[in-house]
Design a protein around this ligand. Structure first.
Ligand code: GLP
Length: 254
């Protein structure tokens, strides 16, 4: 695992965009696993800017997103489909039929989970999976639990997660109670993983994920078992790691 320290959100986003861009340049038909939340917005802005300058071609790229709220249509402004269209897909030349996100409005969510898992298998490998981290250590919507779930599944969102994400909705009650998410096995089967974290409220979760015991109570801790993980984080998110490791530089290999 390699950790890049970024002074701030801008530098973290630049680093992440450069890593993703390198994948698209070296493999024009790359499969990118994408994430939502406030963390990757700056990364998507930079990828869109690179495309607009003629530096990046997404015409052969395929994307698969981690998750979607159950019950929200792609037109709902808080759905992850809407988010991806707005922050990335509408700004680059990716054919819409190359972009995959679980269907929050599927009549039968269990069937939708099976369909999404089968889709992931049919794509063979995700070349790089972008991840944020919840303040409780969740990845995608894999919440702290007693066991790791392998494939795409329906989850009850943790109260903490609904509270954190309520900032995007007009009231906390509007945050859906359930979501569909890629499983830990799906995430771990990616060739490489790029985990982003910024802000003080991520410091404890990032430390627990990267230096704590590997446990489903901190879902992101499973990443310690993956052999190609890159972390880009700002100084605030690195605070607990800096204190524990006494690391002072820009790159930490562990
Ligand atoms: C959501 C998403 C995650 C994301 C997390 C952190 O719950 N399902 O994929 O990593 O929240 O969000 P943010 O980046 O807004 O802190």
């Amino acid at each position: 695992m390699r950790i890049y320290a970024a002074a701030d959100y801008e530098e973290m986003s630049q680093r992440a965009a450069s890593i993703l861009a390198a994948h698209v340049i070296t493999k024009p038909d790359a499969v990118l696993g994408l994430a939502t939340g406030s963390t990757p917005i700056g990364t998507y802005d930079r990828l869109a800017a690179m495309h607009q300058k003629g530096m990046l071609d997404f015409s052969q790229v395929t994307t698969v997103n981690l998750d979607e709220y159950e019950g929200l249509s792609g037109e709902h402004p808080q759905s992850y489909r809407y988010f991806m269209n707005k922050h990335l897909f509408e700004r680059i030349n990716i054919p819409r039929e190359h972009t995959f996100i679980p269907d929050g409005l599927a009549k039968n969510s269990a069937e939708e989970c099976k369909r999404y898992t089968a889709l992931l298998h049919s794509l063979k490998n995700i070349d790089i999976q972008l991840l944020g981290i919840g303040s409780n250590g969740h990845i995608g919507f894999n919440e702290p639990s007693d066991s790791f779930c392998r494939d795409t599944h329906v989850v009850m969102l943790a109260e903490q997660t609904r509270k954190n994400n309520s900032r995007f909705f007009s009231s906390p009650e509007e945050v859906p109670a359930r979501a569909i998410t890629m499983g830990i096995g799906n995430i771990m089967s990616a060739e490489s993983i790029l985990l982003l974290a910024n802000g003080k409220n991520k410091s404890d979760a990032l430390f627990a994920a990267l230096f704590g015991p590997i446990t489903p109570k901190v879902p992101a801790s499973i990443l310690q078992f993956h052999n190609n993980v890159t972390v880009a984080a700002d100084e605030e998110a690195l605070c607990a790691i800096r204190e524990f490791t006494r690391w002072e530089g820009k790159i930490y290999d562990c």
